[in-house]
Design a protein around this ligand. Structure first.
Ligand SMILES: [Zn+2]
Ligand SMILES: [Zn+2]
Length: 152
């Protein structure tokens, strides 16, 4: 990754201004809130979505583990490989927990976990969870698998 990329998220924090939020991504953009609108990819306040405190709590717990790993990976030091192994493992805890939250929230509003992907590894074509081809007709990122509640 280039050095611009590392600073970009901090200067890029914006709130969603869409009239209605029709979908969500759980995504680590190095902000304090991983809940983002699937249309504009800006942050959505959990209160605006009327998430319960239990749901918000679960998201915060998942995000603190995920963002710790993500930062270790960005740091490119001794823990980089370890962090990446955890982040790309479809059956790793961050991905299991993240998908469970996405599935739960999807009962009310379609939610996808934005999976970690290292651009050095090329473009993914298949869902890392179920191995079916990704739906590439997406506005953001590379593709999605609705069955698995993931975006990549
Ligand atoms: Zn929006
Ligand atoms: Zn899938």
């Amino acid at each position: 990754m280039d050095s611009y990329q590392k600073l970009r998220p901090w200067t890029d924090i914006e709130r969603c201004n869409c009239e209605n939020v029709h979908g969500l991504f759980l995504i680590d953009l190095l902000t304090s809130n991983p809940i983002n609108c699937s249309n504009c990819r800006c942050e959505v306040d959990p209160e605006q979505l009327e998430l319960t405190s239990d749901e918000t709590e679960k998201i915060a717990r998942w995000y603190s583990a995920e963002s710790a790993l993500y930062k270790l990976w960005l740091d490119s030091g001794e823990y980089e490989t370890y962090a990446k192994t955890c982040l790309i493992d479809p059956l790793g805890q961050v991905n299991i927990d993240g998908r469970a939250i996405a599935k739960e929230l999807s009962k009310r509003i379609p939610t996808q976990l934005w999976l970690f992907h290292d651009t050095d590894d090329g473009e993914p074509e298949n869902c890392p969870i179920c191995n079916e081809p990704l739906n590439l007709d997406v506005k953001w990122g590379t593709g999605e698998c609705r069955e698995c509640y993931i975006h990549i």
